[in-house]
Design a protein around this ligand. Structure first.
Ligand code: GDP
Ligand code: MG
Length: 439
């Protein structure tokens, strides 16, 4: 996808204003990207409409192309939708904080309850207790007990005959008595949302008034996740979401859908089956994962803040055309220095993975001074056309710059590699003409 977006962007490059046709074309790509990432189609539609409204007629910032400008809007909207900041777990004024896990069967409630308990103890220095309130699946209680043993953490249970509402009430009592500051309730799920289950969860929630009701959703459920989230959210006081199985090859579109439908923050992400594979959810990372853009946006932002806009444009053009001279090279060294290392910049570009192994292009920044000296010792003609370089010229340059012929050779090699790499980069967006490429 990133490639498609880039190709589209390059087509609409070089205009001063974002017009409707540009946006339409971009919007189509974004729509496809979101659908590919399994975002619910209703959510996609709303989202794309908002982008269109916002993007049309915007002035294009000097350092960006219209395509990049649209992408910027897309990313801002996406981040807005996903929530800007990480959100934390509630802490009750009066301990214990009661956290209830709800969700469909197999979504990861039991595993996540244990992961969360582990997280609270390890990262927050808390003393949590687990409560096994899933009495329908024979193995559910055992599963939680096993996890509890592994963590050396108490698990409250009453066997499969007890009433789940009684279990959680007594569980919370015991937690209070034993001075636990968190109680995590593992509840039952079904394969589909059903009345009886919802009634039971509602009763539980009415009875114990949890501080958090966390909806656990399998990220692989894709389109269906929306319906599930909608129903749980309508019937229970859901206060947050945990997205599990994000370690799979899902693009995580479910995150966007759920967020749009429930307007509840996604608080954690399950990244594997192991007990410590729970991470705080980062909305902005998810946004770029969904669009598959690498850290394109950070690159754009960097270019905006650190480099004079006009010069950035020049730099970009030279890089596209791969026809830079040593004069440009010198000037660009300065820019590169202000943007971080060349390697940093490259690693942020989508597709940069392909260029691994081109170690020669790495500029050792401590050697920038020497490089400058070498370039300054070149004649004007040599700077414009490095091919002129022969043994005697190299000797002269080495002497003039206080370096060695090897140093000069090394720089020439780096320079060639860099040009090669730029060529490669400018063809990455897919069959662009020279001078018209865009990132
Ligand atoms: P529950 O029915 O909602 O309690 O779901 P479980 O906690 O029993 O989990 C169902 C399955 O999903 C188990 O095999 C878990 O190991 C697995 N699982 C849970 N969370 C994750 C996760 O983040 N990544 C992966 N790969 N597997 C997970
Ligand atoms: Mg379970």
């Amino acid at each position: 996808l990133a490639e498609r977006l880039q190709a589209t962007m390059s087509k609409i490059k070089g205009k001063g204003k974002v017009n409707e046709a540009d946006v339409k074309e971009m919007a189509r790509e974004v729509r496809l990207a979101l659908l590919e990432a399994d975002v619910n189609f209703k959510v996609v539609k709303q989202f794309v409409n908002r982008i269109k409204e916002r993007a049309v007629g915007q002035e294009v910032m000097k350092s960006l192309t219209p395509g990049q400008q649209v992408i910027k809007v897309v990313n801002e909207e996406l981040t807005e939708l996903m929530g800007k900041e990480e959100s934390k777990l509630e802490v009750a004024d009066k301990a214990p904080t009661i956290v209830m896990m709800v969700g469909l069967q197999g979504s990861g409630k039991t595993t996540t309850a244990a992961k969360l308990a582990n997280h609270l103890r390890k990262e927050k220095n808390r003393n949590p207790m687990l409560v096994a309130a899933d009495v329908y699946r024979p193995a559910a209680i055992d599963q939680l007990q096993t996890l509890g043993k592994q963590l050396e953490m108490p698990v409250f249970s009453k066997g499969t005959e007890a009433n789940p509402v009684d279990i959680v009430r007594e569980g919370v009592e015991q937690a209070k008595a034993e001075n636990h500051d968190y109680v995590l309730l593992d509840t039952a799920g079904r394969l589909h949302v059903d009345e009886a289950l919802m009634d039971e969860l509602q009763q539980m929630s009415d009875e114990i008034r949890p501080h958090e009701v966390l909806l656990v959703v399998d990220a692989m459920t894709g389109q269906d996740a929306v319906n599930v989230a909608e129903q749980f959210n309508e019937q229970l006081p859901v206060s947050g979401v945990i997205l599990t199985k994000l370690d799979g090859d899902t693009r995580g579109g479910a995150a966007l859908s759920i967020r749009a439908v429930t307007e509840q923050p996604i608080k954690f992400a399950g990244m594997g089956e192991k007990i410590d594979q729970l991470e705080t959810f980062h909305p902005e990372r998810m946004a770029s994962r969904i669009l598959g853009m690498g850290d394109m946006l950070s690159l754009i932002e960097k270019a905006q803040t650190n480099v004079d806009e006009e010069r950035a444009k020049e730099l970009e053009k030279k890089m596209r055309n791969a026809d830079l001279t040593f004069d440009d090279f010198l000037e660009q060294l300065e820019q590169v220095k202000s943007m971080g290392s060349l390697e940093d910049i490259l690693s942020m570009m989508p597709g940069a993975g392909k260029m691994k192994g081109m170690k020669n292009m790495q500029l050792d920044e401590s050697q920038i001074g020497r490089v400058e000296a070498i370039v300054r010792s070149m004649t004007k003609a040599e700077k414009q056309d490095p091919k002129l370089m022969n043994a005697s010229r190299k000797r002269r340059i080495a002497k003039g710059s206080g370096t060695s012929v090897q140093d000069v050779n090394k720089l020439l090699k780096q320079f060639e590699d860099m040009k090669k790499m730029m060529k490669q980069m400018s063809s990455m967006g897919g069959g662009k003409k020279k001078g018209k490429g865009g990132m």
